[in-house]
Ligand binder design. Structure first.
Ligand code: GLU
Length: 271
């Protein structure tokens, strides 16, 4: 519990939301969910927090708009659907952020861009400048140019890279289960939630993490990898259910919601 208390003080917060949460099954955008999420993020921003959103959903929105929810069969088709879907997605974010009088800045990244030191510096400077300008960066992979060789693969890893890039205080990964469970809770009624992770190899030993998201590219395994990467860089992570985005307030109030991955720095400061 003492580790959760520390979440109240987090200032620079990256929130990641996946395609499954912001799209309906046919890929079209879930307006209600986006509206609720934006309302919370705008409110956090008004409280003085620095807020960054990593949002998937470009390919999904493209599928919803012109492909009747059908998954792309080639990389070129995926890139084209992402081009259509990203514009659609940002239009919706812009509309809702506008309603709450917030400015957003779209940032599209590729893995090779973040790994190249000059481009990494550019990306970092731009994002930090957006925060100084009081804008909310809305970040996605640049799927229109991403191919297997240069892609992050999924936005779980992208969100961890972004958190690391700008030394965030906290990454919140919103998904369809309330954190990590001892088994898939959609299949096993007796699955138990893991509330706090200090060391993944010990605390998550023996847990079967198979299973991928239906519309997005990640799964619990990639979320844990992302969380571990952040922990190594002294960033705390919460993986939690995102059906009701207002529960982000509970996370930041230190309530035992989702799974908290405690970084070594937080562990030292809580001792
Ligand atoms: N960047 C992809 C999109 O916006 C999603 C990747 C993922 O599902 O993690 O559609």
């Amino acid at each position: 519990m003492k580790h959760r208390e520390k979440l109240k003080d987090k200032k620079r917060i990256v929130v990641k939301i996946g395609t499954g949460l912001i799209s309906h099954e046919n890929g079209s955008i879930n307006l209600q969910r986006i509206e609720k999420l934006v309302r919370v993020l705008a409110d956090l921003h008004n409280m003085g927090k620095e807020v960054l959103l990593v949002s998937s959903g470009a390919v999904g929105a493209g599928m919803g708009k012109i492909a009747n929810g059908k998954k792309p069969e080639s990389i070129i088709e995926k890139q084209a659907l992402a081009a259509i879907g990203q514009a659609e997605l940002l239009r919706m974010y812009q509309k809702f952020f506008d309603e709450y009088n917030q400015t957003l800045g779209q940032v599209l990244l590729t893995r090779d861009g973040i790994e190249n030191s000059v481009r990494r510096k550019n990306a970092r400077n731009t994002i930090l400048r957006l925060l100084e300008m009081n804008a909310i960066p809305v970040i996605n992979e640049n799927d229109t140019v991403s191919t297997e060789e240069i892609e992050f693969g999924d936005n779980d890893m992208l969100s961890a890279q972004v958190a690391n890039l700008i030394q965030a205080d906290l990454l919140i990964i919103l998904t369809n289960t309330n954190g990590v469970f001892t088994a898939d809770p959609h299949v096993h009624d007796d699955a138990k939630q893991v509330s706090v992770v200090m060391k993944a190899e010990e605390d998550l030993k023996g847990i079967n993490l198979e299973g991928k998201s239906k519309l997005g590219s990640g799964g619990m395994e990639t979320k844990i990898q992302a969380a571990e990467m952040c922990r190594e860089h002294n960033i705390d992570v919460v993986i939690a259910e995102g059906f009701s985005p207002a529960l982000i307030y509970d996370i930041l109030d230190g309530l035992p919601f989702g799974t908290l991955f405690v970084s070594e720095a937080t562990e030292r400061n809580s001792a």
